[in-house]
Write a protein that binds this ligand. Structure first.
Ligand SMILES: Cc1cc2nc3c(=O)[nH]c(=O)nc-3n(C[C@H](O)[C@H](O)[C@H](O)COP(=O)(O)OP(=O)(O)OC[C@H]3O[C@@H](n4cnc5c(N)ncnc54)[C@H](O)[C@@H]3O)c2cc1C
Length: 485
């Protein structure tokens, strides 16, 4: 929120009614909600929102859920951080939470927060989110940006920097981090062959890219070796345009489907895409591969296969809306009531998105301060109290700025975060190698997402083979043995 205020673009946020909306698995086409009553302060508004919902948990289950969360209210962040070694499911079982809360709430929460299921997700992530719901009156209120991010958010950020004498260069990848004999940064070799030098260097690259760019001189330093324990998680983002308007919900919806996470009808929720005639859904497809804890490797599948599976899921969730369309065999069971047909789609694969917040990762997230005197680390994956999120990225940047300021003014910094003894021991014997570097031109090479052509998939297979673990390869017909004459 501070960032929006600093940029003077608060009015670009489209606030939605303070509630959470869940699709009902067992009552297709229907939704149920946690409603936050205006004027009631936290944590009572959260408690009341859950108590008043009659469709998801019984009163007994609700009462059973509360005690395990009480230590969080008393001990705060200390209790939250201490749960990082447990998955959500392990925490539930350890503290005697009812199993059904997993089905009813935690699966959708885990998939929305980190694109994985509760048996894989660290409980710290869920508690961090819950702590905000319990402490801030509007901790769960959602807003949509009123249009595309490059124009509506990134452009004002760039203008802010430029107005203060800075220069913003886009599409200018760093090829290599150059170092001096003493290990400090000597400069950045850019892809175009030029070199950029500065007093201080800030990396805000994703962790998977930083690992590929770490100079050989730094390879035995525990600070950099701890990053081996962190990696981005795959996720798929879908954009689906329909030929007519679906039942309008002006909010983010938790699908509670095995394949899908959250989705929204952008033709209703977001000004730039408003359309009274036809819906445009944006959906998160997760977990999308064995790397993300799923059973099926959807990253390896074709766009048509992914859309067909999604259409089948939408048909199941909204039987009276989605049409039986021979183009999408998974809609084959639809009756005549469903009329909406898919007009076009885009499947955006993000093979390395936010760092995988599986149990035990927090201790490996590095401080913004690094052991290199003129290098500071930023990014949502660095050590900061928010999750791997846009808010976390902003906080990581602010903490990095604090380090620079303290160093420049000669003030004491907060210091380097302690590195785990096991990492220190392993770092000493690590065989230092030249960095692998980033190859390729596309967004995927830099940690982002893209619609992948066959060639794009081949490049991904070459660069990041782990993405194809558990892939079901097409069956190859066996050639019969030649018959001996
Ligand atoms: C499908 C999806 C949905 C999401 N939904 C939400 C949401 O609703 N709310 C939320 O808060 N978060 C959401 N997130 C997470 C959010 O996008 C990330 O947490 C956030 O973008 C992280 O910001 P960052 O600046 O740390 O890293 P990034 O946004 O990944 O930025 C890293 C930058 O480094 C650049 N870079 C990489 N390599 C080089 C190089 N060699 N030279 C120069 N530059 C380089 C990249 O081009 C990129 O611009 C979502 C993520 C995904 C994938």
């Amino acid at each position: 929120m501070n960032l929006f205020s600093e940029l003077g673009i608060h009015d670009r946020l489209q606030w939605k009614v303070h509630k959470m909306i869940f699709a009902m698995q067992e009552l297709p086409g229907e939704f149920t909600t946690f409603d936050f009553i205006p004027g009631i302060p936290a944590p009572f508004n959260f408690g009341l929102a859950i108590l008043l919902n009659q469709k998801m948990l019984t009163l007994g289950e609700k009462i059973q859920t509360a005690p395990p969360l009480l230590p969080m209210l008393v001990q705060g962040q200390e209790f939250i951080d201490a749960q990082d070694e447990l998955s959500v499911l392990e925490f539930m079982r350890k503290y005697g939470m009812p199993e059904r809360i997993n089905e009813e709430v935690f699966i959708s929460m885990a998939k929305a927060l980190d694109f994985i299921d509760p048996d894989k997700l660290s409980m710290t992530v869920v508690l961090t989110a819950m702590n905000r719901f319990l402490n801030e009156d509007n901790g769960l209120q959602m807003a949509f940006l009123d249009g595309n991010q490059p124009d509506r958010l990134c452009a004002p950020m760039a203008a802010h920097v430029e107005a203060r004498g800075g220069e913003v260069r886009t599409s200018s990848p760093v090829q290599e981090i150059l170092t001096n004999e003493d290990g400090s940064v000597a400069g950045l070799l850019m892809r175009d062959g030029s070199t950029v030098t500065a007093d201080t260097y800030v990396s805000a690259m994703p962790v998977d890219i930083v690992k590929r760019m770490t100079p050989k001189r730094w390879a035995n330093m525990p600070y950099f070796r701890q990053m081996d324990e962190l990696e981005g998680i795959p996720v798929i983002n879908l954009h689906m345009w329909f030929d007519r308007k679906l039942k309008a919900v002006d909010h983010l919806c938790f699908s509670r489907s095995p394949l899908l996470s959250v989705y929204a009808d952008m033709s209703t929720t977001c000004k730039e895409y408003y359309d009274d005639e036809a819906s445009m859904l944006e959906l998160v497809f997760a977990p999308c591969s064995p790397l993300a804890g799923g059973n099926v490797n959807w990253i390896a599948k074709t766009d048509d296969e992914i859309i067909d599976a999604t259409m089948g899921e939408l048909a199941r969730l909204f039987p009276t809306e989605i049409a039986n369309d021979p183009r999408w065999p998974a809609t084959g069971q639809q009756g005549p009531a469903g009329q909406a047909k898919l007009r076009k789609f885009a499947v955006v694969k993000v093979p390395r998105s936010v760092y995988a917040a599986i149990p035990g990762r927090n201790k490996y997230r590095p401080s913004q301060e690094s052991p290199i005197p003129n290098l500071v680390m930023a990014g949502d994956w660095t050590s900061q109290k928010f999750l791997g999120s846009m808010e976390g990225a902003v906080l990581g940047g602010k903490l990095a700025a604090e380090v620079i300021l303290d160093r420049t003014l000669g003030n004491p910094t907060k210091g380097l975060k302690e590195v785990q003894p096991s990492v220190i021991a392993a770092a000493a014997t690590h065989e230092a190698k030249e960095p692998r570097g980033v190859k390729g031109e596309g967004a995927i090479a830099f940690g982002a997402g893209a619609v992948l052509s066959k060639a794009g998939m081949d490049i991904l297979r070459e660069q990041d083979g782990a993405q194809f673990d558990g892939e079901t390869l097409p069956e190859v017909e066996e050639t019969p043995e030649p018959v001996a004459a």
